[in-house]
Every structure is written in structure tokens, then in C-alpha cells.
Design a protein around this ligand. Structure first.
Ligand code: ATP
Ligand code: MG
Length: 388
């Protein structure tokens, strides 16, 4: 193992009290991601170091882990400036022309100050190569970190995924449909350190196995950012049929969504999730007007996080493309929301009316039954592409 990666932590450095917990969880997440690789991981309060055989390959895997600010492929030499010079000359790309040195002195006992060190090393590089100095717009920025255990040199900094390590914020339950918005909502919440589990409402035979596989495929994609995703599949047919039979057309979606929220909130409590998450966006459809949200949200006190609430559809699509869920989301399989859609759903629903219509059938029993029959899927090794 002769290659070395140095990880700079993300936002967690600002959270002094929780720092240790954050770093430990990040380390566990890194270990889990690299469990099949031959690596040696060490950490301190500022950096994580990974010794490995193939730094480029490992760096790609690390780019999906939240809580990492940046990744550098670093070279370690001893603190002798001539050894630093030799390594610098070895790694500086000779097709480039200008450079600048930045020195960070983690070891404050080191006798030369950072600025002086940069000047001294820069001078040695000038003397021993054809490179020129450009402090404003250099082709190469050579960073030197002097630490008690040695000097680390690196050139390119690869941007990490940012955010918080998954798990530091506890658990949330994402209502995951096969659409564009909810996987993006899931991704954004995972990025804040939330361990997201998913709930999918299916209504066979009105919805197909392809619709379910599409959701599982989406879950497997967001799982690449988490490693902790599960999908809880709720049998929703009986409830939807009862709504269809008992409630006026224009209220069907409102009441259906109140049922979804009820089930999600009850189940969230059961699995220790503290928030619900969904892909609602203000004004996008009738059930997402402010009046609708007020009426639907009324069934639970649990916080409902809507990460894309204020995004335009095009902004959501941009993220969906970036995280690779878009192509799956636009596959044409029907969702349970789309099969019983009335022509003119109410956009200003009234709570009193919802309560009145809901009295027409025993939804409590149906909800209990649905929850009892939830199927939980945790294995995403399957290739869902074959099934779609
Ligand atoms: P998406 O919002 O995911 O693009 P959509 O726009 O078709 O899909 P909406 O009808 O806008 O879905 O529903 C709003 C939100 O409700 C979804 O983002 C999702 O969080 C949740 N939701 C809708 N249908 C389902 C379902 N069948 N299972 C789980 N959650 C659902
Ligand atoms: Mg939507």
C-alpha cells in the first residue's frame, strides 16, 4: 500500500461539541463503503488518512460520502525540505508552466513559519526547474502540510459531497414515489446527515410490478449516498378503493394523502424515525397548494420536511440528473396517485369536509391492516434494470 488519500472534513468542523461523534460516524461510513478494499484508515480531529493501492479508484468511491469536504491524493515524506522538494518536482506536471506554494503548519513547533517556508520551497523549485511563480492564477497549486509525523504534499483537491455524515441526525421516513421529486427530496435529506428509510404505497392490481421495481431502483440509487436505505412497501389497495367508493371525486386525493400521512407517521414512530420527508413542492399540483398542505398535514404533529418545497421543477430536474435518478423517474409506470385522479381535484379543501367523508368508512382498521402487512426490502444488490 503505497498510495495515500487525505480527507478534509466538511461542515462538521464548525460543530465543536459534536465533532467527535461526527468524525466517528463518518469513519464508520467510510469503512463501510470501502469494506471490500485493502485499505488502512487512520483519523484525527482534522483529517482522515487512507493508505491504499489505487488512490484514484478509492477517491471515486469517497465522492459519494456525505461529511467529506474534499479529497486529496497526497504524498508523505519526512520533514526535510530537500525531500519535500524532490517529491514536489516529481509530482508537478511538466506540461504546466506556473505554480504557487501554500504551506500549512499543523506542527507549530516546526521552526520555519508558513510564509517563509512557502518562499523557501518556492525558491528551491525555481532553481531546480523551469516553472515560474504566479501567485494569482497558477497552473499548479502545491500545498504542503507540515505535521509532526511528516510532511504531506498534494496538488489537486477533489470536491467531496459536503453535508453531514449519514446517521448523525437520526432517522427520517421518506415517502418515495416513482416520480422525479421524492428521490431528490431523499437525497437532500440524506445530505443533512439523516438516515433515510423509504415508504412506498402500492395498489396492486391497479399499479404494476414495474412501478414497484422502479421505486426500488430509485431507492438503490439514493442508497449509494447512504448505505442505510430500506423500503417499506405498504399495501394501499383496500384504502384507495374505500376512498373511491365513499368520498366525492374532488376530495379523493386530499383524503388519500391524509391516509398516507397517517400511515407514514404511525410507522415512523414504530421504526424510530423523527420526521417525515416528501417531494411536495408548493403549488405543483392541487394537493400541494398551501390550503391542501394545511388540510393534509393536519393528521400528524410529526415534522414534515419538504426539501424541494421552494424549487422550480427545472431546478429539481437538474438535481435529479446530477444524482442519476432522472432517467429512472421518467419511466412511464403509473403511480397509485395517478390511477384514481379526479378531473378537478379540490385546491382549497376544507378540514370539516375531510372529517365528514372519512367517517363514512372504518379507515382505522384498514390502516392497521395495511401497517401489519408492510413488506420491508433491504437488499438492493438485485439489478432492477432487468426488471424494468
Ligand atoms: P414526485 O413528487 O416524486 O415526482 P409526483 O410528483 O408524481 O412524484 P405527487 O403526486 O406530487 O408525486 O406526490 C407528492 C409527494 O407525495 C411525492 O413526492 C412523494 O413524496 C409522496 N407520494 C406520492 N405518491 C406516493 C406513493 N405511491 N408512495 C409513497 N409516496 C408517495
Ligand atoms: Mg411532485
Amino acid at each position: 500500500m503505497n498510495e495515500l488519500i487525505m480527507i478534509k472534513y466538511g461542515e462538521l468542523t464548525t460543530k465543536k461539541a459534536n465533532r467527535k461523534i461526527f468524525i466517528n460516524i463518518l469513519t464508520q461510513n467510510v469503512e463501510k463503503t470501502l469494506k471490500d478494499e485493502d485499505v488502512e484508515i487512520k483519523k484525527d480531529q482534522v483529517r482522515m488518512f487512507i493508505k491504499c493501492h489505487d488512490a484514484n479508484k478509492i477517491a471515486i468511491k469517497l465522492q459519494k460520502i456525505f461529511g467529506i469536504h474534499s479529497i486529496v491524493i497526497a504524498y508523505k515524506v519526512n520533514n526535510n525540505i530537500n525531500d519535500v522538494l524532490n517529491k514536489a518536482l516529481e509530482i508537478m506536471d511538466k506540461t504546466k508552466h506556473t505554480f504557487k506554494v501554500i504551506t500549512k503548519r499543523a506542527d507549530k513547533n516546526y521552526p520555519i513559519h508558513s510564509m517563509d517556508y512557502s518562499r523557501k520551497l518556492g525558491g528551491l523549485i525555481l532553481k531546480n526547474s523551469n516553472f515560474k511563480v504566479d501567485v494569482h492564477n497558477p497552473d499548479i497549486t502545491l500545498t504542503v502540510e507540515i505535521r509532526s509525523e511528516g510532511t504531506f504534499i498534494y496538488i489537486d483537491e477533489i470536491k467531496g459531497a459536503g453535508g453531514y455524515p449519514v446517521g448523525v441526525q437520526g432517522k427520517g421516513l421518506l415517502m418515495l414515489s416513482g416520480g422525479i421529486d421524492s428521490p431528490v427530496a431523499g437525497y437532500l435529506t440524506i445530505k443533512r446527515g439523516v438516515n433515510v428509510e423509504c415508504m412506498y404505497f402500492e395498489s396492486p392490481p391497479h399499479t404494476s410490478i414495474e412501478a414497484k421495481n422502479k421505486v426500488l431502483k430509485l431507492a438503490s440509487i439514493i442508497n449509494e449516498y447512504s448505505g442505510k436505505v430500506k423500503v417499506h412497501v405498504v399495501p394501499f389497495t383496500e384504502i384507495q378503493e374505500a376512498i373511491f367508493k365513499n368520498c366525492p371525486d374532488i376530495y379523493m386525493i386530499t383524503i388519500m394523502r391524509r391516509m398516507m400521512y397517517r400511515i407514514a407517521a404511525l410507522y415512523a414512530e414504530k421504526i424510530g424515525a423523527k420526521i417525515l420527508i416528501n417531494g411536495e413542492s408548493i403549488g405543483q399540483v392541487a394537493s400541494q397548494t398551501l390550503d391542501s398542505m394545511l388540510c393534509i398535514n393536519n393528521v400528524t404533529n410529526m415534522p414534515v420536511i419538504r426539501p424541494v418545497a421552494c424549487f422550480d421543477k427545472l431546478e429539481i430536474i437538474d438535481i435529479a440528473k446530477k444524482i442519476n435518478t432522472y432517467d429512472t423517474s421518467i419511466l412511464p409506470y403509473e403511480d397509485c396517485c395517478t390511477i384514481f385522479v379526479p378531473k378537478h381535484p379540490v385546491i382549497k379543501p376544507e378540514l370539516e369536509k375531510c372529517l365528514e367523508y372519512e367517517k363514512r368508512f372504518d379507515y382505522q382498521t384498514l390502516i392497521e391492516k395495511a401497517i401489519d402487512n408492510i413488506e420491508t426490502i433491504t437488499n438492493f444488490n438485485e439489478n432492477f434494470d432487468d426488471l424494468l
